[in-house]
Ligand binder design. Sequence first.
Ligand SMILES: Cc1ncc(COP(=O)(O)O)c(C=O)c1O
Length: 366
Amino acid sequence: MDEREIIDKLRQMRDEDQSYTDGKILSSVSTKPLDVAIEAYKIFSDTNALDIHVFKNVERLEKEIIEWFGKLLKNKKTAGYITTGGTEANIVALWVAKKLYPGRRKILVPQSAHYSIQRAADLLDLRIEYLPLDRNFKVDISELENRIDKDTLAVVATAGTSALGVVDPIGEINKLCRNIFFHVDAAFGGFVIPFLNNKLRLDFTLENIDSITIDPHKMGLAPIPSGAILFRDESYLNELKTSPDYLPFQTFTLSGSRSGGSIAATWATINYLGMDGYRKIVEKCMENTEFLCNELKKIKVDIVVEPELNVMGIRPQNMENVWKALRDMGWDILMDTQSKSLRIVVMPHVTEKIIREFVRDLGEVI
Ligand SMILES: Cc1ncc(COP(=O)(O)O)c(C=O)c1O
């Protein structure tokens, strides 16, 4: 195949799938990346973040991203790296936890946690105890308190659950985690909570938080793949350091080769938007979420819990049939079997116009 044929073929294949700008994608936690990020990716697409002896500037860009997260999380000492996403970041967090508390095996995890935590436990031979949720789908804090014992290695909380965008009571959990590793999976909420003007808190001033997962490729708007694992300080990364025989330096990442393109694109996105840019995007997404809630109430569709972030679950009557009909109309929407609801993520591409169209179609289907 020549170059033209290849590009035409790929263009045609891409056009057959949905695009974010079509706007019928209600299930995705990612969105269309910025042009400047795509350009940045191209410039660094041939670089490998593992090879810091060759690509010193990739290392520098990554360092600046981590410093930016340090400001976001109110801790200058924040240390970490850019992963392939939330899954890798969660695995790395629990890997460090295991290194820090070698004699212990139990991890306490809310039932609503992302499945990557279960993957991590499996890989690291840890024993998960799932914690029940209260009626707001947050972890039952008294149950958590009761279950902490001397075998407890780590507690995991989620700041923005995959199904409903619920934020576990991070402040209260923080108080219970003295001498236990405390990891917060804020893969989704990490780029939302710091920009909300309310009482939700997510930063290292909560003194027992050891690590936080935040994904630039979700509400950070960076292209996939880009996740981040962030630790309170450098000492956590030291737990993972290894000196491969063939490399002239130590490395601490789980993956070997890593895309310098992803790092450049993430750097471009955070510098282009800045804190103010993110604040405006989050405000708009929250405004649209509230608009969607109000429109749904008008057609008497139940909302599982009042959304705290720009994610929500809805429970129309005859849910499975409604779901199928909506999908037939081209709406990309997913059903969550645990909360028994249809999940909507109000990403920046889900505009007020799209919401009106969706509610109109939902009303018709019902
Ligand atoms: C709360 C949470 N954690 C972790 C992940 C995993 O992220 P990734 O798909 O980037 O590995 C997700 C994905 O949606 C998530 O919602």
